[in-house]
Design a protein around this ligand. Structure first.
Ligand code: ZN
Length: 284
């Protein structure tokens, strides 16, 4: 028993009941002192008890439920007298219905297999969670802290009629963030919250340019390869159209004809669109 529940060692396990498909543990917190949250005075004076029921790691392919008696302590400081529940960080986290060690294992599974697949694998391991719970566990996981890129690629993306602003680390080619909309506001807020960008690699849009100028006046702004190519191509189209049909403005049919002929050498399309163009950015 000591070995199986050594991870719960800060608790005093008082009873283990074999309940068929379920193993039931009765435990309590030790009689140690704890410091109150407001004035920090140490106390072990009990105001009352309450029970917390949490799931623990399965044992012998059976679910394990731990019923823990937790104390509500009262601060001894005159004039404070605040009561508070004792906490057991690392064993029982606040508001959680699983022990910390079970929550860690659930986190590992849902990170690889979110939703239904995660719930199925966990139930095979003796941990019963719904797919909604699996998703909630996934959303609770802390995101890895990404470093702010030195060279930032920015462009908009359109999906299902919704615009987004895609930020890419132009050196590592990793996606950094996706912001709602393609207006300057959200991009500007992101730049303010993430100082350290030195070079911004962008399309020809005035909105992004303005945001960079406002937040990072010293940053270097460069056009990314895809957009530079497009500008050059349009200039070429115009010149060719004028050569075919003289005059001050080339007629639309001539522009369309040249554009159609050049469509075979459109770099952005052939290389897989905007993301590829942004990826190619540092070399441009
Ligand atoms: Zn106090």
């Amino acid at each position: 028993m000591k070995v199986a529940f050594s991870g719960l060692s800060p608790l005093v396990v008082e009873e283990v009941v074999d309940d068929g498909e379920l193993v039931r543990l009765r435990a309590r917190t030790p009689d140690a002192t704890a410091s109150g949250p407001s004035c920090g005075a140490e106390t072990s004076r009990v105001h009352g008890y309450h029970l917390r029921t949490v799931a623990d790691l399965p044992l012998d392919e059976r679910r394990v439920v731990v019923v823990v008696r937790v104390r509500r302590l009262v601060c001894p400081t005159r004039g404070c007298r605040q009561t508070f529940r004792e906490q057991l960080p690392g064993v029982l986290d606040r508001y959680q219905r699983r022990t910390s060690r079970l929550a860690r294992q659930v986190g590992v599974v849902v990170r690889e297999l979110a939703g239904r697949a995660g719930a199925r694998v966990l139930s095979a391991l003796g941990v019963v969670v719904s797919r909604h719970t699996a998703l909630r566990a996934l959303l609770r996981l802390p995101l890895p802290a990404r470093r702010v890129p030195r060279v930032l690629g920015v462009d908009f993306a359109l999906r299902r009629r919704r615009y987004a602003t895609v930020l890419i680390d132009a050196e590592t080619r990793q996606r950094v963030d996706i912001l709602p909309g393609r207006l300057a506001g959200s991009f500007e807020a992101w730049l303010r919250a993430h100082p350290g960008v030195e070079i911004v690699c962008r399309d020809g849009s005035g909105a992004y340019a303005e945001a960079v100028r406002r937040v990072l006046p010293d940053a270097v702004q460069v056009g990314d390869r895809w957009h530079v190519w497009r500008v050059r191509r349009e200039a070429l189209v115009r010149r060719e159209a004028l050569r075919i049909e003289g005059g001050a403005r080339p007629p639309r049919w001539a522009v369309a004809a040249v554009r159609w002929e050049l469509s075979a050498v459109r770099p952005g399309r052939r290389r897989g669109g905007r993301e590829a163009a942004l990826r190619a950015c540092p070399g441009s």
